[in-house]
Ligand binder design. Structure first.
Ligand code: TYM
Length: 333
């Protein structure tokens, strides 16, 4: 609790421009939830997590700033929500170290993201990649978060966060709030447009597989036109038709209608028209966001002020928890 309010925390890695999957699975829900004045929200740009995969320094700096502006452009009010860079709050790295000593190798070995990423980056399986979920646990537990809104792929990390917190509390008393994951009703797992059995990811080598939040309308329409479907020729919402199912999921998440309503709307249509409708809906949602993004990009002084003020605010709350933890484990403070 902060000032009698429940706490929500989430974040994204600052690697590349975020995708429609990141937006529909996470960012859009954050914006919807941030209207609730009974919740104090923290949103991190998780740049420490980003370096678990090799990054170009200039690109990383640029992507991190872009991500902060995309959060704001999507509708997160930085005067109301605390939007901060993870690397600006040293408590994250400090708590992660402490929690590493309360986490087992076997637990980390089971993490599917570690397995996927180490297969993808076989030449750089660093220990940061291995202990990545512990840093994520630190992010969440530092702010005593009650809720963590994420896409489906992060739920395993949330479970391990709860396990670590329960273990620590079991030894030292009630230090951490046990967080709950929150996955939206729609858009929790948006799939690749080129291989609808794989999740949409910004690190996909095929640019047609994902929609970037900064793609212009023509690009969005072209990518949907090329989306891989099937050769049945009829629209149905079924696991046997992952391409069509994904297009319907995207449409529902963007427009807020139910699958049933979407199926009624698309009744009798061909795949080409369906793709056009989905493309139009996505572009309609992203174009205003992109306009706001453009304005923000021109206001360096405003963004710099947000970065500084929010880092101070985040550090204030994070340090409160860190001090408590240090005292509990026996450090002289
Ligand atoms: P990241 O940066 O991979 O993704 C950010 C958010 O987007 C969601 N997401 C998706 N949702 C639906 N469909 C998709 N195809 C899709 N791809 C990504 C993710 O579930 C996530 O919610 N470890 C985290 C970042 C992080 C974090 C945290 C999150 C670091 N510390 C603390 C919450 C709390 C990650 O890599 O997300």
């Amino acid at each position: 609790m902060i000032d009698g309010k429940k706490v929500m925390l989430s974040g994204m890695q600052s690697t590349g421009i975020i995708t429609l999957g990141n937006y529909l699975g996470a960012l859009k829900n954050w914006v919807d939830l941030s209207d609730d004045d009974s919740i104090k929200c923290f949103y991190g740009i998780m740049d420490l997590h980003s370096i678990t995969v090799r990054q170009d320094p200039a690109e990383l700096r640029k992507n991190a700033r872009t991500l902060l502006m995309l959060y704001i452009a999507a509708g997160l009010d930085p005067e109301k929500n605390c939007i901060f860079f993870q690397s600006h709050v040293p408590a994250h790295a400090e708590l992660a170290w402490i929690l590493n000593c309360y986490t087992y190798m076997g637990e980390m070995n089971r993490m599917t993201q570690f397995k996927d990423k180490s297969a993808k980056h076989a030449d750089n399986i660093n220990t940061g990649l291995f202990t990545y979920p512990v840093l994520m646990a630190a992010d969440i537990l530092l702010y005593q978060a009650d809720y963590v809104p994420v896409g489906k792929d992060q739920m395993q990390h949330l479970e391990i966060t709860r396990d670590i917190a329960n273990r620590f509390n079991g030894i030292y008393g009630d230090v951490f709030t046990i967080p709950e994951g929150y996955v939206g009703q729609t858009g929790a797992k948006i799939m690749s447009l080129q291989d609808p059995t794989k999740k949409m990811s910004k690190s996909d080598e095929n640019p047609n597989a994902s929609i970037s939040l900064l793609d212009d309308k023509d690009t969005i329409m072209r990518k949907f036109k090329k989306a891989v479907t099937d050769s049945d020729g009829f629209i149905a919402y079924s696991d046997d038709k992952p391409g069509i199912k994904n297009l319907i999921d995207i449409y529902c998440a963007v427009t807020g209608i139910t699958v049933e309503e979407a199926l009624n709307e698309f009744d009798g249509m061909g795949y080409g028209v369906l793709k056009e409708h989905v493309g139009e809906a996505v572009a309609g949602k992203l174009v205003p966001l992109q306009e706001r993004f453009k304005e923000l990009s021109q206001d360096k002084a405003y963004i710099d002020r947000i970065i500084k003020e929010n880092a101070e605010q985040a550090a204030y709350y994070a340090n409160k928890t860190l001090r408590k933890v240090k005292k509990k484990v026996g450090f002289i403070i």
